[in-house]
Design a protein around this ligand. Structure first.
Ligand SMILES: [Zn+2]
Length: 266
């Protein structure tokens, strides 16, 4: 139901924008949920910390993907599409909407949270940004964030960033055989891709912890990554997969029926 999805996204957004999360200030960040052939995404200008169900707009995936596929399409065409959406929905989609579209196309994510956690942003603005994707420091990092997060170089937000990320995600899937669960954007922030609101919140918090651990370990003599074979083992162990599934189950959103799913209407 659109109403329950809107309520779920508003709740997720307020938690993501809570000052205690240290993940988004003012108008920073955005959230979205997959619908059948579309997504609901935060409207431009809405604030995560005070999000209401009306702060989300519906955007057709096919219309946005057609723009990305058209090499002639640029900012003017994006503006025309977003103006069309504004006419129907009353609000304009977030400037980062096209990146969400790319991620729903390439992965099975049901919910996406984009934020700028301070420690993650600090690393992404440093010469050590690659440490976020070079290896794993501790087991829960692997369980929650996956063994292979993706780091995307800085590109101006908008259609060029979406096209760039689309290629990078495709390359990542070819290389590792699966989509990344987390995507870091250099000099910008992160995207958590999950199946529930609780999961993407947990991923954002774990990425923040991971960034803090990298910064602290760097000043305590240097990082010691876990051996790659141990990382692979934890990533594929049945008990860790079970734990990952438990972490993604939506206790905070009460029941699984609130979990946004592809089948769940428009
Ligand atoms: Zn951003």
């Amino acid at each position: 139901m659109t109403a329950s999805l809107r309520a779920l996204l508003a709740d997720l957004s307020r938690q993501l924008g809570d000052p205690g999360m240290d993940a988004a200030l003012l108008g920073e960040g955005n959230t979205s949920a997959r619908m059948q052939e579309a997504m609901l995404i935060k409207a431009s200008g809405a604030t995560l910390a005070s999000a209401e169900p009306d702060d989300f707009v519906r955007l057709e995936l096919s219309a946005a993907l057609a723009l990305l596929d058209d090499p002639q399409a640029g900012d003017a065409e994006v503006d025309a599409l977003f103006s069309h959406v504004t006419t129907h929905e009353g609000r304009r989609p977030s400037v980062e909407s096209l990146l969400h579209v790319v991620l729903y196309e390439a992965t099975d994510a049901q919910v996406i949270a984009h934020s700028h956690p301070t420690s993650v942003t600090a690393l992404l603005c440093s010469q050590s940004a690659e440490r976020l994707v070079d290896g794993a420091l501790f087991p829960d990092q692997i369980v929650v964030l996956g063994a292979h997060p993706l780091l995307v170089p800085y590109v101006d937000p908008g259609i060029e960033l979406a096209r760039h990320a689309r290629l990078q995600v495709a390359d990542h899937i070819t290389r590792w055989g699966e989509a990344p669960r987390v995507i870091y954007l250099r000099n910008h922030g992160m995207f958590a891709l999950g199946s529930t609101a609780s999961e993407v919140l947990g991923m954002t918090a774990m990425a923040q912890k991971c960034a803090r651990a990298i910064i602290a370990a760097s000043s305590a003599g240097g990082l010691v990554f876990m051996p790659p074979d141990e990382v692979a083992r934890i990533d594929s162990r049945p008990d860790e997969k079970y734990r990952r599934a438990l972490l993604s189950s939506d206790r905070r959103d009460s029941t699984r029926e609130h979990r946004p799913r592809i089948e769940e209407e428009r």
